[in-house]
Design a protein around this ligand. Structure first.
Ligand code: XUL
Ligand code: CO
Length: 433
């Protein structure tokens, strides 16, 4: 590819060519220092391990506004006409993807096309943009990692979507998801995501939690059945988040979601999309949430971002924390990879980062952060010391009565007898240091 590739009707990121791997001696901020897509890590290239995706919403829709201040990002693809903006965004997006050299992207329905006055009107706009996306995917080889329906922004969802006490609101949410599943199949999406933004509540005094959770389960069953009917073969993913915007979210964390999915018989079709900053909001480490999913065979995909250690909301920052990316990539490698999933950079540049190149620099930093994490994780695993230490901690279950216990051969009375026979257990260091 030439240095000045761009796809579409207009070049938006002028002066920025294809981002290249220049190695960690380079001081060019518009180059990769660690992400060398063809470098083999074990038996797979970095590109195939990481399966990086750009999040349409933050990168092309975010305008820098926050609850205290107005728009600071005035991107050249924004126009007064919302449909024209949507068309421009497709060009800007695919130029960005190809210059960044990443294989995937993700979107919500409202990121790609404006909501109309009626459902059919919204669907017509979505169809127009979908045909553009399909064409660009064909031209560039960039693929859809996942899409989803935005069931939070419109005021009709202020009391929830599928958990809304009003059936009429639930039907609107269903209509949106149905269309997004159709579009997923049209664009060959590899996953479909549900983030239950307002599937939760604020006050128990006006809420029937039992009924709302049952509606949530029933809704996911219908979505699964429709998806399978129209030929969607990939996993459905639920993205846990404990709070924000609702005070209590039904999809609090990985364990809660896994239990919920099992209760509705959805564990074969569903996996989880784990977001780093959502894990930390739930009081967990990012790698803890990934591990819980891996243990249950339900690690679907990752929203690869981070929070700010000094505050407690969803800041959606690009992850450059090598400790965090290393621990996360260790879980991914030990899981045998991400399957259909990927690293979706669900992060945004800060309000005061107002140059177009800042979008590139943010993404490059995070991609390099995960690439470096992947390399370190791989060498820790190859070295084998940590996994041996971990395995040795459980050796008392590998033979004799410990092994019998694991096989379910012992009763509580047996354990009582063994405890008396063996006496007080010796202290064994956890070797945490
Ligand atoms: C919200 C969030 C979303 C989901 C998709 O906190 O992370 O962007 O990833 O709806
Ligand atoms: Co997310």
């Amino acid at each position: 590819m030439s240095d000045n590739v761009f796809i579409g009707n207009r070049e938006y990121f002028k002066g920025i060519g294809k981002i290249k791997y220049e190695g960690n001696k380079s001081d060019n901020p518009l180059s990769y220092k660690f992400y060398d897509e063809n470098k083999m890590i074990g038996n797979k290239s970095m590109k195939d391990h990481m399966r990086v995706a750009v999040a349409y919403w933050h990168t092309f829709c975010g305008d820098g506004g926050d609850p205290f201040g107005l728009q600071t990002h005035f991107y050249p693809w924004f126009s007064d006409d919302s449909m024209q903006t949507a068309i421009n965004k497709v060009d800007a997006a695919f130029e960005f993807f190809t210059k960044l050299g990443i294989p995937y992207y993700c979107f919500h329905d409202r990121d790609i096309a404006p909501e109309g006055a009626t459902i059919p009107e919204s669907e017509r706009s979505l169809e127009e943009i979908t045909s553009m996306l399909k064409q660009r995917q064909k031209e560039t080889g960039v693929k859809l990692l996942w899409n989803t329906a935005n069931l939070t922004a419109n005021p009709r969802y202020m009391n929830g979507a599928s958990t809304n006490p009003d059936f009429n609101v639930l039907t609107y949410a269903a209509a949106q998801v149905k269309k997004m599943l159709d579009i997923n199949v049209e664009l060959d999406g590899e996953n479909y995501v549900f983030w239950g933004g307002r599937e939760g509540y604020s006050a128990l005094i006006n809420t029937n939690t039992k009924r709302e959770l049952e509606h949530f389960g029933q809704f996911l069953v219908l979505c699964r059945d429709y998806g399978r009917k129209i030929g969607y073969k990939g996993p459905f993913l639920v993205e846990p988040k404990p709070m924000e915007p609702s005070k209590h979210q039904y999809d609090f964390d990985a364990s809660t979601v896994i239990g919920f999915l099992r209760r509705y018989g959805l564990e074969k079709d569903f996996k989880l999309n784990i977001e780093a900053n959502h894990a930390t909001l739930a009081g967990h480490a990012f790698e803890h949430e990934l591990q819980i999913c891996a243990d249950n065979g339900m690690l679907g995909s990752i929203d690869a971002n981070r929070g700010d250690p000094h505050n407690g909301w969803d800041t959606d920052q690009y992850s450059t924390d090598i400790y965090q990316t290393t621990l996360a990539m260790m879980v991914v490698l030990e899981n045998g990879g991400l399957g259909n999933g990927g690293l979706n950079l669900d992060a945004k540049i800060r309000r005061n980062s107002t140059d177009l190149e800042d979008l590139f620099i943010g993404h490059i930093g995070a991609i390099d952060g995960f690439a470096r994490g992947l390399e370190i994780a791989n060498s820790i695993i190859k070295d084998g010391k940590i996994s041996k230490m971990k395995k040795d901690r459980y050796k008392s279950f590998d033979q004799g009565e410990g092994a019998d216990f694991e096989k379910g051969k012992l009763t509580l009375e047996d354990l009582h007898k063994i405890a008396i026979k063996n006496g007080e257990p010796g202290m064994i260091s956890g070797k945490q240091e």
